[in-house]
Design a protein around this ligand. Structure first.
Ligand code: C5P
Length: 320
């Protein structure tokens, strides 16, 4: 073959290989691969480092995780929230219910004051309920945290070696409620006005309403340690962190984001579906094989958890 043609063919091959590598091999990364930042959680630290774009465009430090007497829920956030469970009642009813609730419980959330270089808490363990905790032996690691945030009916007794002993906060809604120790904070995840009414009644005269599942009429909990998640915070997580995927974020994902807003160091345990994509629990065998992740965007939530870990914003313990 003519040497000129050979050279031309060689150059053509090289170009082809280059184009192939560019198009197919190098997928655009979800996050910059070269995150070498220290990622301190001080006021400025949160926004520093090479991940500035990804994290800073999502994290809004002014977003209030909890409702309080000096906070007014924006009406558009109320309107988003009221359709989660088809609440028909108006903003006025919400306001009146909240007024009564904040007369009975702390009017501002029970949180230690942050200092200029620190958040409310130093170290927090966010405990999802995934089956991957079974046999993990994470107990001592979890107990070493200042705050241990558990969710819904997440069991402790009999599972201490894997999930630790203490519970400083429990996030629940009426349909997932249980009795709490006197030193555990009750963090209500409200989906409807009735959930706010339930809180007031369940800790006083008893609740007699009905829901899509049986609801406890009364529960034991310390009234001074009650906190209510802000519906606008849920909307922020749904829109800003999950790009409106799924109907609304899971309890666990909201808890994780809440921890990022109130803790210096966030340690995450018990998140992740089983091999069939179901959100099974560490204390029970799965009965509903078509559970998947329900109305929640499980895949997107998991991807964001991995991304936050990669960016050193959280420590993620995957279990076994
Ligand atoms: O099932 P439950 O809602 O009580 O679990 C609490 C949270 O733990 C969920 O909202 C979800 O965020 C997380 N979870 C998980 N993987 C599982 C089970 C639960 O990520 N297998």
């Amino acid at each position: 073959m003519n040497p000129k043609v050979k050279v031309l063919l060689f150059l053509l091959c090289l170009t082809g290989i280059f184009v192939f590598m560019r198009e197919y091999v190098k997928q655009p990364p979800l996050l910059p691969d070269d995150c070498t930042c220290v990622c301190e959680k001080g006021d400025s630290g949160l926004m520093s480092g090479p991940d500035q774009g990804w994290f800073a465009t999502r994290f809004n430090k002014n977003m209030q995780p909890f409702l309080s007497a000096n906070y007014s829920l924006p009406e558009e956030a109320f309107n988003w929230w009221k359709f989660l469970q088809y609440e028909k009642r108006s903003y006025k009813v919400y306001e009146a219910t909240m007024k009564g609730l904040l007369e009975m419980f702390p009017s501002t959330p029970n949180l230690p004051k942050p200092s200029p270089n620190h958040n409310h808490y130093r170290t927090c363990a966010v405990m999802g309920n995934s089956g991957n905790l079974r046999g993990s032996r994470y107990g001592p690691l979890i107990d070493a945290n200042e705050v241990i945030l558990r969710m819904n009916t997440g069991r402790v007794e009999g599972y201490e070696a894997d999930v630790g002993h203490r519970t400083t906060h429990r996030i629940m809604y009426p349909e997932s409620a249980l009795d709490l120790e006197d030193n555990t904070h009750l963090v209500l995840f409200p989906f409807k006005i009735q959930d706010l009414e339930w809180l007031v009644k369940a800790l006083s005269t008893g609740f007699s309403g009905t829901s899509y599942m049986p609801v406890k009429s009364k529960i034991k909990a310390n009234k001074d340690l009650v906190m209510v998640i802000n519906p606008a915070f849920m909307k922020y997580v749904h829109e800003t962190w999950l790009g409106k995927k799924g109907r609304y974020p899971s309890t666990g994902f909201i808890a994780l984001l809440m921890a990022l807003h109130i803790c210096d160091e966030v340690n995450v345990f018990g998140f992740g579906a089983d091999k069939d994509g179901n959100w099974s629990h560490y204390w029970e065998a799965l009965t509903n094989k078509r559970l998947k992740t329900g109305v929640h965007p499980g895949t997107q939530e998991y991807d964001i958890i991995l991304a936050l870990a990669k960016q050193l914003k959280i420590k993620f313990y995957r279990g076994w």
